[in-house]
Write a protein that binds this ligand. Structure first.
Ligand SMILES: [Zn+2]
Length: 478
């Protein structure tokens, strides 16, 4: 039985405003923006540096000041792993299930020099936009999740038990999250709804809900040919170049001319509903995948048209070489035959391809029949993508109403090209869970790039939409 008010009452109560957010949340979000809480993969000394600890402590202190009846705030620590912030807010409705609200507090590295007047760890506000690393991806999530729950309690709107779970290894592929989930499995209870606040938006004028995410496979490929570097006048033509061998190996993975991935295990089928959705998206918004890229003048994009580019971005396996080792910087490049070449391969995977299967296939392809019997070593770190299960009717209605009530526009659905490992991990553990993956990463938000930006109006709208969805869940959860 439901103790909640009728759904249409919810749209008439006053939601939180930008002024509320500026007063209650922004000062602490700003202080968080000043902490270089770089994800562990990019900061091996993160424990000694203490930035992630400072960030989680700051967010925990803020969480303790929220007006939430009987809420408990704790930081879950596991030796050698990044911490997780947990805010457990008991149900105020007569419900038994749990809603998990997910975000992360670790940040991408700055990437490069930020534009004039901006810096990664010194937030700057311009109109209603705040620039700084990790604010939109994904520092805002703690504030949006708890502000939404606080708003419901202040207005006396019932909600189920909610657990706000903020992890600190997401930008490294969430290597620490499963260990934390293992410890939490009894404690989380029956997870009915997961709201993930780490996803993207095509525009800032409506609630965008993510329908799929690609997986990601990181592979380190190293080719050794010499014990030490040799004068290229004596060794070249005699000793095979490690770079040439690496090229041959890459040619087994990718067609260098078209970028097509040549390993069958890395391809997945595109469901017809996703093809239709991509057509609808580009019919309304144009070349959304192409237009946002800061390409040089005249560059020819991949894909035959806008819809193809959306589908490529969300379903195509791809290879990006993101790092190199064993090769001097250009100013130090001498005439030597180098002893080895190491490449970091970042492969995006279709939503319905297992990261583990892809890792095995890539390793097999790269380490079979080594050219010239060079020493080839491959290490992999896979993360599986995610394909949204079908929405329950109540949730479909709740999303539509939430977008209309907060943004004044219909909800939008789209696939994302990035990866949130948590969704696949949670989906495996709780097969019947309903998902809402949304976020504030819209045009110009520059997550992972320079000049990362958080749109404050969108944060407020998303916060109110979350409150609406959580309230509706309580109405419909027996
Ligand atoms: Zn993120």
């Amino acid at each position: 039985m439901s103790l909640g008010p009728p759904a249409d009452n919810l749209t008439r109560v006053s939601p939180i405003t930008l002024a509320d957010f500026e007063r209650d949340a922004l000062p602490t979000l700003w202080a968080y923006g000043e902490i270089p809480a770089i994800s562990p993969a990019y900061d091996p000394d993160w424990q000694a540096a203490g930035h992630l600890t400072r960030a989680v402590d700051l967010l925990a202190s803020w969480a303790r000041t929220r007006e939430l009846a009987n809420a408990s705030v704790r930081v879950q620590e596991i030796p050698g792993r990044t911490p997780v912030l947990l805010v457990d807010v008991p149900a105020t409705a007569n419900t038994t299930g749990t809603v998990v609200l997910y975000g992360h507090l670790d940040k991408q590295p700055p990437l490069g020099d930020w534009s004039e007047g901006l810096a990664p760890f010194a937030p700057v506000r311009r109109d209603n936009r705040v620039f700084g690393r990790g604010l939109a991806d994904d520092g805002y999530a703690t504030f949006a999740a708890l502000s939404a729950l606080e708003d419901l309690e202040r207005r006396g709107v019932p909600h189920a038990r909610c657990v706000v779970l903020i992890e600190a290894s997401e930008e490294s592929g969430s290597p620490d999250l499963l260990a934390h989930l293992d410890r939490l499995s009894d404690d989380l209870g029956d997870v009915e709804l997961l709201i993930c606040l780490d996803s993207g938006a095509i525009t800032y004028d409506r609630l965008w809900v993510t329908t799929s995410l690609r997986g990601n496979l990181i592979a380190h490929l190293r080719v050794d040919v010499l014990e030490r570097g040799q004068h290229s006048g004596t060794a070249s033509g005699v000793v095979p170049s490690s770079f040439r061998i690496a090229r041959q190996l890459l040619d087994r993975v990718e067609d260098a001319r078209t970028g097509e991935i040549l390993i069958p295990e890395l391809h997945g089928d595109i469901p017809p509903s996703h093809r239709q959705a991509a057509q609808g998206l580009t019919a309304e918004f144009g070349d959304v995948a192409g237009d946002e890229q800061p390409t040089i003048a005249g560059l020819e994009l991949m894909g035959v048209d806008a819809t193809d580019r959306v589908l490529r971005r969300t379903f195509a396996p791809t290879l990006s070489v993101t790092g190199v080792g064993g090769m001097p910087l250009v100013e130090n490049a001498g005439n030597v035959l180098r002893p080895y070449t190491e490449l970091v391969l970042s492969l995006r995977l279709p939503p319905n391809v297992s990261g583990e299967v892809a890792a095995d296939a890539v390793t097999r392809v790269l380490t079979t029949d080594n050219p010239s019997h060079a020493r080839v070593t491959v290490t992999t770190s896979p993360a599986t993508g995610w394909l949204a299960p079908e929405l329950s009717p109540w949730l479909a209605t709740a999303l539509a109403d939430a977008s209309q009530a907060t943004f004044g526009r219909p909800v939008g659905f789209c696939g994302e090209g990035g990866t949130i490992p948590f969704l696949a991990q949670l989906g495996e553990r709780y097969p019947s869970v309903q998902f809402v993956a949304t976020g504030v990463l819209g045009p110009g938000s520059n997550a992972h790039g320079i000049d990362e930006m958080l749109d404050l109006d969108t944060v407020v709208h998303v916060t109110n939409a979350v409150a609406h969805i959580v309230a509706e869940h309580a109405v419909h959860s027996a």
